[in-house]
Every structure is written in structure tokens, then in C-alpha cells.
Ligand binder design. Structure first.
Ligand code: FE2
Length: 294
């Protein structure tokens, strides 16, 4: 099968577009690469955009873009998707930097935009704000975690990296431990969007910078068991949660285990089902606040 290889972008609706553009540029340190009436494009480095913001009634994630490989055929991917009984739409030049795209909805209604990588935009890293390496992953609460997990694996070619119990799946589409994570809940909605930082020192600088600008942490810093990433969560001005992270596990697909790290307790560390306890959510012991579920 043709598998998606990388998360390309995530698109959100937000009630106060200017406020969120200010947050993404001044606080997170992404570069504003395009602005149209009601829409803003923000990027980290090599892509034209990794975040799209649309003026909307309430804050929510509406679309996620994924790239297929340079040798993969988008026509064949569309056929493969249609064979699952999924209705697809094809679009040429749907947005800056995207030449050709297949779009369809996932089980919770988020639009998947699968695209062929075009040219590189290659803007420099921003010189103000947190300045993440890249968009890392997007997490969702879902009504049917098994169905949604199967969809990402069977239609888009994701692989399961880990489960927490039978209610929280972590899925990869490249070497990074997770690009999509899905938690069973009584509603379908965005949980958090995560950006990768360089290292622990960068995470500390980010936490201080957030604090200086009036952003309080919801949870962290800590080290997740699942994925083993250092993490710190805060809430963006429109209410959606942002995670900053570093040191996420990376899979060696040919060997079937994650690159060995001193903090791993399994040697080798392979995909598995974790018990729901503090070792899965935070090795350092502090469990998430209730605020994380709002
Ligand atoms: Fe996360």
C-alpha cells in the first residue's frame, strides 16, 4: 500500500484570527508566509506552511495534511482510498505550495489532505519567539478509538507505536514515535497540537518565555513514558492546547524497535500496550491536571 510519510500541515478555525496570528508568530515563533482575507499561513522551515488559520465561529482543527513519498503516485493513492468505499475529492493548486491533493474525511469528520510534495519554500527559521523545529503531532479525543485507529492504519498507512490500555493509541507515519494520537472520549474534538523543540535547554527557554508573556503551563515539564518525550503543555489564546516537546522516540523500522535511550526501561523498546499509570503518562510522577481535559 501507499503510506503517507509525513504530517505536512494542520488547519484550524479560530474566532480571533489576528490574535492567533500574533500568538503563532510572536510566541511560538513561526513565520507568516501568506495572508488572504480570513486565512493565514504559517511555517517553520522547508514547507510553505505547517499551520493554516481560518476565521471561524469557534476554535477547532478542521483539516490535516499529509505528504506521500516523492516516488509515490497520487492517482494510485486516490484509487487505494476509494477502494475502502471512501469518497475522495481531487484538487489542483488548492493552497500555496500544494500542486495536487486528494481530500477525504476521517471518521470524526476531520478532512485529510493527502498531497504530493512540491518544491521547498525554504524560509529561514524565525528570529523571535520559541521557534520549534517542526509541527510534530496532533492529538484528538474520539468517540470510537478503535475505528479511528483502524482508519489511520488501513487507509493512510499509519503504524501503531503504542497503546495506553485500550483507550489511547499513538500512531506513526515516519520515524517519529507518533504523528497522530487518539484518545477514547464521549466527543470528537481536538486534544492538543505539538511542536518539536531542539532539546531540554530549548524547552526550559520556552517555558520561561511563555511565563514572561503570561502563558501558564497546564502540565509539565515532565517526561512521558509513551514516546519518552520531554513535554510542557499550555493553552493558546483561542483555548486549544499546544504541547512543546523534545527527545521523542524514533523508530528504526527495519529493526522493529525505537532507538535505545538511557531513559528506556525496556531494552529494546518495542511497540506495546502500556498500563494506565504514571509510568505511561509521566515518568517524573506528576499526573495531568483536570485542566488538560477541558
Ligand atoms: Fe502530545
Amino acid at each position: 500500500m501507499i503510506r503517507v510519510k509525513k504530517i505536512a500541515h494542520a488547519a484550524y478555525e479560530t474566532p480571533d484570527l489576528d490574535r492567533m496570528v500574533e500568538y503563532y508568530t510572536e510566541i511560538l515563533g513561526l513565520t507568516l508566509t501568506g495572508r488572504e482575507p480570513g486565512t493565514a499561513y504559517l511555517a517553520s522551515t522547508i514547507d510553505h506552511h505547517s499551520v493554516v488559520l481560518h476565521q471561524g465561529a469557534h476554535a477547532r482543527c478542521v483539516r490535516i495534511g499529509f505528504q506521500i513519498g516523492i516516488d509515490d503516485d497520487l492517482d494510485a493513492f486516490e484509487k487505494q482510498t476509494a477502494a475502502h468505499g471512501i469518497r475522495t475529492e481531487r484538487a489542483s493548486d488548492p493552497a500555496p505550495g500544494i500542486a495536487d491533493m486528494v481530500a477525504f474525511a476521517d471518521p470524526k469528520g476531520t478532512v485529510m489532505e493527502v498531497l504530493k510534495p512540491g518544491g521547498f519554500a525554504s524560509q529561514p527559521f524565525a528570529s523571535k519567539g520559541i521557534v520549534p523545529h517542526k509541527l510534530g503531532h496532533v492529538a484528538f479525543f474520539v468517540r470510537d478509538v478503535k475505528k479511528a485507529t483502524d482508519f489511520y492504519c488501513n487507509v493512510l498507512g499509519f503504524r501503531v507505536s503504542d497503546w495506553m490500555g485500550d483507550f489511547f493509541s499513538f500512531l506513526r507515519c515516519g520515524p517519529d514515535h507518533h504523528t497522530i494520537n487518539l484518545m477514547q472520549a464521549d466527543e470528537d474534538r481536538h486534544f492538543h497540537t505539538a511542536f518539536e523543540l531542539r532539546d531540554w535547554a530549548h524547552l526550559q527557554t520556552a517555558c520561561d518565555f511563555l511565563s514572561l508573556n503570561g502563558y501558564k503551563l497546564l502540565w509539565g515539564p515532565g517526561r512521558h513514558g509513551i514516546g519518552h518525550n520531554l513535554f510542557a503543555y499550555h493553552r493558546a489564546p483561542d483555548g486549544l492546547i499546544t504541547e512543546t516537546f523534545a527527545e521523542l522516540d524514533r523508530m528504526n523500522e527495519d529493526l522493529g524497535y525505537f532507538e535505545p535511550r538511557p531513559w528506556h526501561r525496556d531494552r529494546p523498546q518495542r511497540p506495546k500496550v502500556w498500563a494506565k499509570d504514571h509510568t505511561a503518562s509521566n515518568y517524573w510522577g506528576i499526573l495531568p491536571s483536570e485542566e488538560m481535559r477541558r
